[in-house]
Design a protein around this ligand. Sequence first.
Ligand SMILES: [Zn+2]
Length: 155
Amino acid sequence: MKVKEYKETKDMTYYWDLTAMKWRIETEGLKLLMEGFKEKKVLGRKCHKCGTVYVPGPTYCRKCMIDIYKIVEVSNEGTIGAFTVNLADIRGNPLDEISIVVCVKLDGSDSWLMGRLTGWDDWRKVKAGMRVKAEWSDKPKGTLSDLLNFVLIEK
Ligand SMILES: [Zn+2]
């Protein structure tokens, strides 16, 4: 499915208290992701019952509540589902360099990866539904930082 309509994009002027947020990533899913990153591949797990593909890939399906084993490679390209434009630091001081953090659904995956977005000229023109591609480190080591950025394919 190709998402091209941007009319559902909403601007939310707000600030988020990141200290209140917690992240849980299953260790096995993260290990698998890092293994793939060494070869500039994004690996996840697919549920043999419902077909859901998770990246990172847990060892159980969250919908079916069963163990899952099938390792799948998903695309390096995907679609922006949501994003945040960082205009100021945590104290509200304007940043010298604006940055954008995106949630991307890679083609073939049913879950989301977060990363920094590059390749944009005007942050006001970035929209949900735009296509992006993973940008890899020249010498990946099997760490999260191997995936440097998501780069806009279209502008
Ligand atoms: Zn399932």
